[in-house]
Design a protein around this ligand. Structure first.
Ligand code: NJP
Length: 237
């Protein structure tokens, strides 16, 4: 029967493109996010199922997972940055959100679907991390810290699963043209646009292609970590 891919944060950007890409290589796709109207539109495009999901809410994650009968690929993509913070002036509410969505969100969804990934006989967890997990950059302390934690979680998970039929991969993109910067700058379009000055960013489809490539490697191949940057991007921008 047809393998199932679950994509979190599939209502826009990388998640939406990934849902389309995995549908195109033969997966039945389950799409989760909070904005159900957008989610349903994208699900219709790729013949998938839209299920409401807030990765910061235990009950929402449990209700989501209960509707997923089978899971061969889990793409932990829901996430983002909020605010431009320094360590000295960190906004604790922004940090709390970044930890809850990126770190605990990844943990909640992975925990909830792990037994189904094992039952698949060839499960894959593919987590969207960030260059921020590798390169510190000024103005993004909370996001840096959160994505470092996501990377640690992902690598420890792989060790815990050795000997079981589940592969674990983290894909760390650099600058990707999505709503990410608009969210980060709390709706300030001019600030969001300024991020891309002088650099042609990756597209969501570029990252989705990579997810799809990872997902279609043979079962004995574990692609551990991928760092993909825009050509003219020097460091974490
Ligand atoms: O951004 P965006 P991206 N529960 O804002 C969802 C990482 N990344 O595609 O809930 C469930 O278009 C939100 O859905 P909704 C980044 O950290 C990006 O760029 O409906 N879902 C939306 O679908 C993130 O991990 C760049 O609002 C929640 C999605 O997350 C991933 O790429 C660079 C949620 C965000 O889509 C995708 O981000 C980098 C919740 N509580 C890493 N909260 C970049 N773009 O430059 C949010 O290094 N979502």
């Amino acid at each position: 029967s047809t393998p199932v891919a679950v994509v979190t944060g599939a209502s826009s950007g990388i998640g939406a493109a990934t849902a389309r890409a995995l549908a195109a290589v033969g997966y039945d796709v389950v799409l989760g996010a909070r904005r159900v109207d957008k989610l349903e539109r994208i699900a219709a495009e790729c013949g998938g199922r839209a299920i409401p999901l807030d990765v910061t809410d235990d009950d929402s994650v449990a209700a989501f997972a209960a509707q997923v009968e089978r899971c061969d690929v889990l793409v932990n993509n829901a996430g983002g940055a909020l605010g431009t913070d320094s360590v000295a002036e960190a906004d604790l509410d922004d940090w709390q959100w970044m930890y809850d969505v990126n770190v605990l969100g990844t943990l909640r969804v992975t925990q909830a679907l792990l037994s189904k990934l094992v039952d698949s006989g060839d499960g894959q967890v593919i987590t969207i991390g960030s260059i921020a997990a590798r390169e510190p950059y000024k103005g993004g302390a909370g996001y840096n810290a959160a994505k470092h934690a996501v990377a640690a979680l992902t690598r420890v998970l792989r060790l815990e699963l050795l000997g079981q039929p589940v592969r674990v991969c983290e894909i760390d993109p650099g600058m990707v043209h999505t709503d990410f910067s608009l969210v980060r700058f709390k709706g300030d379009q001019a600030k969001a646009d300024a991020v891309y000055e002088g650099v042609e960013p990756l597209t969501a489809e570029d990252v989705a292609d990579t997810v799809s490539w990872v997902a279609t490697r043979p079962p004995h191949v574990n692609i551990d970590q991928i760092l993909m940057l825009a050509r003219d991007q020097t460091s974490a921008q």
